[in-house]
Design a binder for this molecule. Structure first.
Ligand SMILES: Cc1ncc(C[n+]2csc(CCOP(=O)(O)OP(=O)(O)O)c2C)c(N)n1
Length: 356
């Protein structure tokens, strides 16, 4: 027998859990103190925003909400290298990427508050609405990238999916077409180890999620998803390739879902406390903070100023959201069909009269 194909999966990491560089070679942006501080601010803002949204759900002011606790480096990292003209095709846990791409906290609260007007992103009008049906966003991203290719535009598409979602046919179909048509998509696999109550060990028989891309002929990489330097650098390279028409990349970012799946879940029913405690030691925000402190570019006073600023920004978004006039119940059906089918006419009439 002869070998007809072999493959290897690279793993990228710059900082260890203590925020200490593991090699002398850091990405060039790591010299930019302002940028590092901004990334730190943005990860903290995401964490505070998530906590507020969670609290609002618990007090009946919000529908369901999926937090990004422990996975902040992923969305903030890839989002920080997206250009305005790139397109984000998000899933429900892409809040970090959305915020980085200019979507406002108020819009995100509006969407999760059950109001579709939250999907009309003012500053990112071509980003797609948040996808809740698992893996459908991957096919949508392939479609958007096909349009961009046909128009010959130097734009990248980013889509994000959980590791559990990569078991779906839609995901395989999307990476297949992205490979064969050389579509400019970055497939972000957020491997947070759990798909609701299904642990990664029983999700797939492959050694890595990254290698699923091999079968589609797409370059791939595994990255420490708690190391924002690695997340940002790997994403940047992938997006530059995409904009140059060199095709798709799939990156598996390894992290951990420190929170419940959503507000509708209680992860303590199926997860061992010890595992979660251990995972807290790897979390991305503390790691970057330790690195910033080692460079002497972050102090206790900076931390305090940042916390105040974040509280203000989050509270302002909540206030804007709370002041928005609520949509009329009839809007539930008004925007689904161009022409409302006969069978829904009665229901519409009833909603107009204020019935249910
Ligand atoms: C097509 C479809 N099937 C089932 C669900 C229910 N569901 C919601 S989230 C989820 C698990 C997803 O886990 P993963 O892809 O790992 O992403 P994570 O939520 O961990 O980020 C499932 C099965 C759904 N939303 N859509």
């Amino acid at each position: 027998m002869k070998k007809v194909a072999t493959f290897e999966i690279d793993y990228l990491q710059y900082l260890d859990n203590e925020g200490v560089p593991i090699s002398d070679e850091l990405p060039s942006f790591a010299k930019d103190s302002d940028l590092l501080r901004q990334l730190y601010f943005d990860m903290n803002l995401l964490r505070a925003f998530d906590a507020k949204a969670y609290a609002m759900q618990r007090t009946g002011k919000m529908g369901t909400y999926p937090a990004s606790l422990g996975q902040e480096a992923i969305g903030i990292g890839y989002g920080s290298v997206m250009k305005k003209e790139d397109v984000l095709v998000p899933y429900y846990r892409s809040t970090g990427g959305l915020l980085q791409h200019g979507v406002t906290m108020t819009e995100i609260l509006t969407y999760w508050g059950g109001d579709e007007r939250g999907s009309a992103f003012k500053n990112a009008p071509e980003d797609l609405p948040i996808a809740v049906p698992i893996a459908t966003q991957c096919l949508n991203a392939a479609g958007v990238a096909t349009a961009i290719k046909l128009r010959n535009q130097p734009r990248a598409v980013v889509t994000e999916i959980g590791e559990g979602g990569t078991s779906k046919g839609d995901f395989y179909e999307a990476i297949n077409v992205a490979g064969i048509w050389k579509l400019g998509v970055l497939f972000v696999v957020n491997n947070n180890q759990w798909a609701i109550s299904v642990p990664s060990e029983i999700q797939t028989a492959t050694q890595t999620y990254a290698q699923k891309a091999i079968a589609a002929g797409i370059p791939c990489l595994q990255v420490d998803g708690n190391d924002i330097l690695a997340v940002r650098e790997a994403s940047d390279i992938a997006l530059k390739r995409a904009r140059k028409g060199e095709g798709a990349t799939l990156i598996e970012y390894i992290s951990y879902r420190l929170c419940d799946h959503t507000t509708a879940d209680d992860a303590s029913r199926y997860r061992d406390d010890k595992e979660v405690k251990q995972a807290w030691k790897n979390e991305p925000i503390l790691r970057l903070r330790k690195y910033l402190q080692s460079l002497d570019i972050w102090s206790e006073a900076d931390e305090e100023t940042m916390s105040l600023e974040i509280t203000n920004q989050v509270n302002q978004a909540v206030e804007e959201f709370s002041k928005m006039p609520k949509p009329e119940p009839v809007e539930m059906i008004d925007y689904i069909y161009a022409e409302l089918p006969e069978i829904y006419q009665d229901q519409r009439e009833e909603l107009l009269k204020g019935g249910a």
